[in-house]
Design a protein around this ligand. Structure first.
Ligand SMILES: CC(=O)SCCNC(=O)CCNC(=O)[C@H](O)C(C)(C)COP(=O)(O)OP(=O)(O)OC[C@H]1O[C@@H](n2cnc3c(N)ncnc32)[C@H](O)[C@@H]1OP(=O)(O)O
Length: 285
């Protein structure tokens, strides 16, 4: 993470909480978070081997344990984002989509992303939106909270926290249908199709199945909203992401001749694949 002059970094990953005062309320919150992480969330469990792989003597070194449990250390949990995750979500988004930016632009980008997220709490009537996060269970004790118990924003109670990279991946799923082709002469908003966007995994956590877990959770969410399919746009020049979605059962959809389908608002040079998946379609992995 980049530092700024005066030896102080604005990046949340640089905050060392070892010299913060003990806060009993904070500790209670951390314990609550811990119990949430171990009870109500989805684990990256598909790589968990059974204990029969362990040596018969019952003795093994930490390095051997790491070999037996390659993808479960640290434990990853996928859950809905909370207000206190906002900065981490912005950080994950910007470091994944704009890795080339340096200070001060990278900081401005994160603040801009934060503002966009907080203002995005209001969505059209009858629509749903959820931001999912994949978090590491091992970092719940590394939180530095800003705000108080009475702190409110966008109608939500909570506190911001500047953490040390505990959010490893993010995904947004909604039924707003802003980027889906409208239907009929009245150009009505589509219903029954959930839209996935802003999928990103921090670089050091890639190729561990985190994006797959986020997508699976988004599909479950879409089903619970009564959607029959999910859609997304993927940059044509992003073969890794395209492969990911194809393996998860998404198919590229070609716009009919002459149709002017909406596209995400990014640089005009970026061309997108519009991809869809019926929610009863099995995945290839
Ligand atoms: C709708 C949208 O938001 S599209 C935007 C996608 N986001 C980005 O491009 C941001 C930068 N990139 C990233 O954040 C990540 O690389 C992502 C989100 C594309 C993938 O996240 P990961 O957690 O690494 O993916 P995950 O580990 O679940 O990969 C599952 C499979 O997808 C495929 N895959 C994923 N990334 C790649 C890659 N870079 N190259 C080739 N195949 C890939 C592989 O088949 C992989 O399985 P394998 O590792 O067993 O070979």
């Amino acid at each position: 993470m980049r530092s700024i002059p005066l030896g102080f970094s604005l990046s949340p990953t640089s905050i060392n909480n070892s010299n913060l005062n003990f806060n009993p309320k904070k500790q209670k919150r951390q314990q609550q978070n811990q119990s949430f992480l171990t009870t109500s969330s989805t684990r990256v469990s598909h790589h968990e081997p059974t204990l029969s792989f362990l040596p018969k003597s019952g003795q093994c070194r930490a390095s051997q344990v790491a070999e037996f449990f390659p993808a479960v250390s640290p434990k990853i949990v996928v859950r809905e984002a909370r207000l206190e995750d906002c900065w981490e979500v912005a950080e994950t988004h910007c470091s994944s989509f704009f890795p080339e930016y340096s200070f001060p632009l990278d900081f401005v980008l994160r603040v801009d992303r934060l503002a966009a997220m907080l203002s995005g709490f209001s969505i059209p009537n009858g629509c749903r939106r959820t931001c999912l996060v994949a978090v590491t269970g091992s970092s719940v004790n590394q939180t530095f909270y800003i705000g108080s118990e009475d702190f409110k924003i966008g109608g939500f109670d909570g506190k911001f926290s500047l953490n040390r990279g505990y959010v490893t991946g993010i995904l947004t799923v909604d039924t707003v249908a802003d980027f889906l082709p409208r239907k009929g002469p009245l150009r009505q908003r589509r219903t029954g199709i959930a839209y996935i966007s802003n999928v990103a995994v921090r670089e050091r956590f890639r190729r561990k199945g985190i994006a797959k877990r986020l997508i699976a959770k988004a599909e479950a969410q879409a089903r619970s909203w009564g959607c029959r399919s999910v859609a997304l746009h993927c940059d044509l020049n992003n073969p890794g992401a395209t492969k990911l979605y194809k393996e998860q059962g998404f198919k590229c959809i070609k716009a009919p001749e002459g149709a002017n389908w909406p596209q995400p608002k990014t640089s005009p040079d970026i061309k997108f694949n519009f991809m869809m998946k019926l929610l009863n379609t099995p995945t290839t992995t």
